[in-house]
Design a protein around this ligand. Structure first.
Ligand code: TRP
Length: 362
């Protein structure tokens, strides 16, 4: 069986450091591993509209922002097909048939959907399109015969729902759909990078993000205003490392080489933490260190982003070509699905033969 990746993001804003460690980095690594026969990355504009239907311009604008972020982090259009969801109408058609295989109560049990209903203020009345998006996500995944879906942990319920749909479709209509598997980052910290304010998650609505497109001064300002240990007032005070968001970020981003480059007084993070715990290490030192590391990580990404934004027609063509490529694959799957469901009336002459046999016997 072919090894195929499908994943994507809703275009509702620029991508940030949480997206980077939680999924973009994995995607680039998987892309460059050479282990996959085909890789699709989808800009999920139709899904974004399920809770932004009243603001289509926001979605439209962010299609390009997200594409810029993808290309800037190293998603290579020669190796990865980047496409726009709404332009592949086969996905909507698949969704319609999968809807028969899922109950309303099953959708209501989805913990990510539950949480989002609260966040969006849909408690009183939930738009059907929104409630339905996990089913449409199953269409996204199965349309491309994806075996591997690299996502953040919040997406695990969607993959589980997809697997249930695949299971029941294949049971009812015969083996047609490929069973996908989720791939999440190895470490818990990468799975959910906290915001710069120490809150559980980096998220646009909480305003605690470092964006991939942020300029040098903005990144520095955000790092310098990060929370540390509120009881670590004087340099000599002993400090706490646990729950100190600067150290949480260092856990994710600091490599031993960074100490050689930016903080040669210490060999590694264990030594630095030790010193902080004992006292005698100021917050400015650790923040400057983190700032240096993040600047080095984000500088090339931002520069590529700037270069690409000066050649925006190239980005448009990447999406156009990718979408044409993706559509071909989805068409093939839809054909298989309709054949399995016996609704492929005019594809071959089988149906005609069948009815002639049946009606001429009379
Ligand atoms: N739900 C995903 C998000 O919120 C986006 C998405 C849509 C997706 N379809 C997908 C992710 C299929 C993986 C596979 O970011």
């Amino acid at each position: 069986m072919k090894k195929i990746i499908l994943t994507g993001d809703r275009p509702t804003g620029r991508l940030h450091l949480g997206h980077y460690v939680g999924s973009l980095k994995t995607r680039v690594d998987l892309q460059n591993s050479g282990e996959f026969d085909k890789i699709y990355i989808m800009i999920a504009d139709a899904q974004a509209l399920t809770d932004n239907f009243d603001n289509p311009s926001k979605v439209r604008d962010n299609v390009i922002e997200v594409a810029l972020d993808y290309l800037a982090v190293g998603i290579d259009p020669l190796k990865t097909t980047i496409f726009i969801q709404s332009e592949v109408s086969e996905l909507t058609e698949l969704t319609f048939y999968y809807m028969n295989l899922v109950t309303l109560s099953r959708l209501q049990r989805n913990p990510t959907v539950k949480n989002e209903i609260g966040l969006r203020g849909f408690n009183k009345s939930i738009p059907v399109g929104f409630m339905n998006y996990p089913i449409s996500q199953a269409a996204d995944i199965t349309a491309f015969d994806a075996t591997c879906v690299p996502v953040g942990v919040d997406q695990l319920p969607m993959i589980e729902q997809t697997r249930e749909i695949v299971h029941s479709f294949n049971n009812i209509y015969g083996n047609t759909l490929v069973m996908p598997e989720a791939k999440i980052p190895d470490s818990e910290l990468e799975q959910r990078l906290p915001g710069t304010d120490g809150k559980a998650k980096m998220s646009k609505s909480l305003g605690n993000c470092i964006y991939l497109a942020d300029d040098e001064a903005t990144i520095k300002k955000k790092v310098m205003s990060m929370y540390t240990d509120p009881n670590h007032i004087r340099v000599d005070d002993p400090g706490q490392v646990e729950g100190n968001v600067v150290f949480t970020y260092l856990d994710v981003f600091a490599k031993d080489e960074d100490f050689v480059k930016f903080l040669p007084e210490y060999k590694n993070l264990d030594e630095l933490k030790d010193r902080y715990r004992r006292g005698g290490l100021g917050d400015m030192v650790i923040k400057k260190f983190l700032n240096n590391i993040l600047q080095e990580l984000l500088r090339p990404i931002r520069q590529r982003r700037e270069t690409l934004s000066q050649n925006i027609e190239y980005v448009y063509r990447v999406l156009e070509n990718g979408t044409n490529d993706a559509r071909k694959h989805a068409k093939g799957t839809l054909k298989r699905v309709k054949q399995s469901m016996k609704i492929d009336y005019f594809e071959t002459d089988e149906f005609l033969k069948e009815i002639i046999d049946k009606y001429q016997e009379k």
